[in-house]
Ligand binder design. Structure first.
Ligand SMILES: [Zn+2]
Length: 308
């Protein structure tokens, strides 16, 4: 069986064991969603995740969003979540067709901004590089290490010129504060901070790679945060990640390393907690991006393209 990302493997397994609704592509197969090409109320908040979060949007409309980079993973759906207007996009597609290295990240982020999104919350299943962060831990990373390659990682293609985006702090301070407040109010454990190393995948780490990441002091490991976070900054979007630990990475695990079954089991067991934290975080996000630093990418120099 070909390797697949943790998250989409879970979803694919879920789909195989669930009513046919989950196993068909496209939002048209979900009764609560209607496709629309008519004007709609824009959504300031975007959520990137998998189909497991789809049902959280009430009265969702599928919005056609064309981009210079082709189609996003799936049609963007816009509805209500936590009392807010939210646009949702499943990173790997509604039928889970995109492995981490081939997700259309540029189209996804462009599409979200084009429907009004300025604040993004991304959800991610991750491995742990620390024995004290076991399966089920919820983590709010504050740093990223990019070990991906071969991905379309920037909007500045050849001949377009460039603006070098500040990226010292890849995550939004206000979004992270909202997540912390959400966890505190709910009495939920949320590990505040930690570096997320992003590997290319779709295979998992070798034991030696995993030990190197631990040696460097990094906390969690995933396959999708880059180029997603970098593109968010190039699009002047706020970006916050809520990560759920599903497994211990190969160098931490004393046994055989990451297994498919433990990932599935942990994700299923903890999905409701991640959902609750997501909703509570969305409720506490600022009314709008306002003067958040994430939105100042082009304060000193105009982009060589029109932002959507
Ligand atoms: Zn921000």
């Amino acid at each position: 069986m070909p390797a697949a990302p943790i998250y989409s493997r879970y979803i694919a397994q879920k789909a195989a064991n669930s009513p046919p609704r989950c196993n068909r592509p496209g939002p048209a197969s979900v009764p609560s969603v209607t496709a629309t090409s008519s004007p709609f109320d824009p959504a300031d908040i975007g959520v990137i995740g998998g189909s497991g979060f789809y049902s959280l949007l009430d009265d969702a409309d599928a919005v056609a969003a064309s981009t210079p980079y082709g189609d996003p993973s799936a049609p963007v759906t816009v509805g209500r979540l936590g009392g807010r207007r939210v646009a949702f996009l499943p990173r790997h597609g509604t039928d889970h067709r995109y492995a981490p290295h081939v997700v259309p990240y540029r189209a996804n982020m462009w599409a979200l901004r084009s429907v009004g999104v300025r604040q993004v919350v991304s959800l991610s299943a991750v491995g742990s590089l620390r024995a004290d962060l076991g399966p089920g831990a919820l983590v709010l990373p504050d740093q990223i290490v990019d070990r991906t390659h071969g991905r379309d990682h920037t909007l500045f293609d050849a001949g377009k010129g460039v603006v070098h985006a500040t990226f010292a702090d890849p995550y939004c301070a206000r979004g992270r504060a909202a997540a912390r407040a959400a966890a505190r109010d709910a009495g939920a454990d949320l590990v505040d901070g930690g570096a997320l190393v992003v590997i290319n995948g779709p295979r998992f780490s070798t034991r030696a790679e995993s030990l190197e990441y631990q040696h460097n002091g990094w906390s969690i490991i995933g396959m999708t945060a880059m180029p997603e976070a970098g593109l968010a900054r190039e699009l002047a979007l706020c970006y916050t990640t809520l990560a759920l630990v599903t497994d211990l990475d190969a160098g931490v695990e004393a046994g055989e390393g990451v297994t498919h079954s433990e990932v599935l089991e942990q994700f299923a067991a903890n999905l409701p907690r991640l959902r609750e934290l997501l909703v509570a975080t969305v409720e506490r996000l600022p009314a709008e991006q306002g003067d958040c630093e994430c939105g100042t990418t082009y304060a000193a120099a105009s982009p060589p393209f029109d932002l959507p």
